[in-house]
Write a protein that binds this ligand. Structure first.
Ligand code: GAP
Length: 465
């Protein structure tokens, strides 16, 4: 069996569900769409916010050694000279001499054009940064770039953060935000686009301790995906071989996910040494070294960088949650999202539209919506409404029925097991909040590890594959 065959869902099913239920639309669709740009619809925007919030909460707010920042997308053009992006952020581009379609030279398997079989040009280096102009004059002096990564905003603020927070090593700076790359080829839905979002950490450590922290972050980031519901067997770590390493990296692992098109990068975790701080120090003339209060030594910290994509994470969470099974004799599509990620947490459903039932249901709805993301739905049969909520991944449905009018109880139906319990309305909020806290869903054994770092290279990394 090929690796591709083990992915349980085809990409067109995900694309079609996202389109049909309002997760993701092609950008500027009424004008025919814009290649590789996507708009998040009402459910997509909630899912994406939940992914960002889960990252921010677990990587920044729940840690003592992390601070967040948000830097501008447009930066001084010298930043990109210092970082090496002007000189080295290239992909090899080849063009068909016949049909003039352009390809990434390292991604096509044949010597001829995959579209028409025509002869290809020799590869040229194509810089992936989007160029633009600052101000009203479009000349060489006003050229700047849309940032291709959020990372540099953190390096150039290293001194500001140290001075204002009095942080001691090891500590990290985290940020999330838009990045732009003029990719030669895009595709696989939101996997590779020209405008996307990143969630990045620059973790500063004392030189000599970087290997320990590199291994720590490999484990921490791998487990983040598993904690949020991605099956461990759909993830693996892949070590970059020397030829693959980015210009700044001394070592790098990808967290790969088994996407519908096969194993592909979800996140990169790089050991960047002191490359960035040294480069910015040289190019700006500002010393970016660090005074170790304990030893009174001055040195430039080393950096471990876990760099994830928001859109790729959204795609991986969608693919992993997707399932089809049989419910009440009918085939259903269900997104088995972790409750932290589900765009709607609870659906509130009156069994019928009868007036007195609707009044009680609306009371329940009004009370819950103050603290939980809920959706009211009274159209079509109850079975259809359950199917609709299953398809968007809503973990719980609360049904108000005729018994509710008599004894002030309602049913809670759980999405995955489809079992139902009856609870007093007075205890509904507390019961739902406990269920939604995620404890029922956490896959990680308490304090447990999925693998030991020593095992990575042997079992889960496919060197250079
Ligand atoms: N600062 C390091 C850095 O940017 P990268 O491996 O080039 O490293 C990190 O990018 C992550 O950003 C990737 O693992 C991926 O999740 C996301 N990413 C990169 N390019 C992307 C694109 N064109 N579309 C969507 N996501 C992208």
């Amino acid at each position: 069996m090929t690796e591709q065959a083990t992915s349980k869902v085809a990409m067109d099913k995900i694309v079609s569900l996202c389109r049909r239920r309002g997760f993701i639309f092609p950008s500027s669709e009424i004008y025919g769409g814009l290649s590789s740009c996507w708009d998040y619809g009402p459910l997509g925007v909630e899912l994406k916010r939940n992914v960002r919030e889960a990252w921010w909460r677990m990587m920044v707010q729940e840690r003592d050694d992390m601070v967040g920042i948000e830097t501008s997308i447009l930066m001084h053009p010298q930043v990109w000279v210092a970082s090496g992006h002007v000189k080295a952020f290239h992909d090899p581009l080849v063009e068909c001499k016949c049909c003039h379609v352009r390809w990434r030279g390292d991604e096509i398997q044949t010597a001829a054009c995959p579209t028409c079989g025509g002869e290809l040009t020799a590869p040229q280096q194509f810089n992936l940064m989007f160029k633009t102009f600052m101000g009203p004059v479009e000349d060489h002096a006003s050229v700047t770039y849309l940032r291709p990564e959020t990372a540099q905003g953190m390096f150039v603020n290293f001194e500001n953060v140290v001075n204002t927070t009095r942080r001691r090593l090891p500590f990290g700076i985290a940020q999330m935000g838009k990045s732009f790359r003029n990719e030669i080829t895009t595709g696989n839905f939101i996997f590779r686009s020209r405008e996307f979002e990143q969630m990045e950490i620059e973790y500063f450590v004392k030189p000599g301790t970087e290997q320990k922290w590199f291994e720590y972050w490999l484990e921490e980031r791998f487990n983040w995906y598993v904690r949020l519901g991605i099956k461990k067997e759909h993830l693996k770590l892949r070590e970059h071989c020397k030829e693959e390493l980015a210009h700044y990296a001394r070592g790098c692992f990808d967290v790969n996910y088994l996407f519908p098109m096969g194993w592909a990068e979800l996140e990169g975790i790089a050991s960047r040494g002191d490359y960035d701080l040294k480069q910015h120090s040289t190019c700006s003339g500002k010393g970016l070294d660090y005074l170790d209060e304990e030893t009174k030594e001055r040195y430039v910290p080393y950096v471990i960088e876990p760099s994830a994509g928001v859109d790729r994470s959204v795609l991986a969470f969608l693919c992993d949650a997707y399932d089809e099974d049989i419910a009440e004799g009918e085939q259903r599509v269900v997104l088995r999202f972790h409750p932290l990620l589900a765009p709607v947490k609870v659906a509130i459903l009156p069994l019928s539209k009868k007036e007195h039932l609707a009044a009680l249901t609306k009371e329940v709805y009004a009370d819950l919506r103050k603290s939980i993301v809920v959706q009211y739905d009274d159209t079509q049969s109850i079975g259809r409404r359950y199917r609709r909520q299953d398809e968007i991944g809503t973990p719980f449905c609360v049904t108000v029925d005729f018994q509710s009018l008599e004894d002030k109880t309602v049913t809670i139906r759980e999405r995955d097991r489809m079992d139902q319990i009856r609870v007093p309305i007075a205890e509904l909020k507390k019961t739902l909040q406990a269920k939604l806290s995620g404890e029922d869903f956490l896959v990680l054994p308490p304090g447990g590890k999925f693998w030991k770092t020593a095992e990575i290279t042997e079992k889960q990394s496919v060197k250079g594959a």
